[in-house]
Design a protein around this ligand. Sequence first.
Ligand code: FES
Length: 98
Amino acid sequence: MFRRLPDDTRPAVTIDLDGEAVTAREGDTVAAAVLAAGVGHTRTTPVSGKPRLPYCMMGVCFDCLMEIDGVPNRQACMVRVREGMTVRRQSGARGVVA
Ligand code: FES
């Protein structure tokens, strides 16, 4: 559903998504990189367990919550990728990090 423009010449950035290498582009948000990679979902809901994907891409809906570099509940649409970043899908509720 999501495809990169053919003339996108930005340098490649590799992130670790649930233990698998995913190639993103410099300047991508984590949410954009995940959608471009064709990943099925970014989290499941705490109540029903239904899969969710980034929706608004501007920090409003919170459907993009992921664990990024060990910190849960981060909005993937508000964080830019960097080389070696670790990203994990979330299943259900996560604790609060102080
Ligand atoms: S996609 Fe809506 S807050 Fe990130």
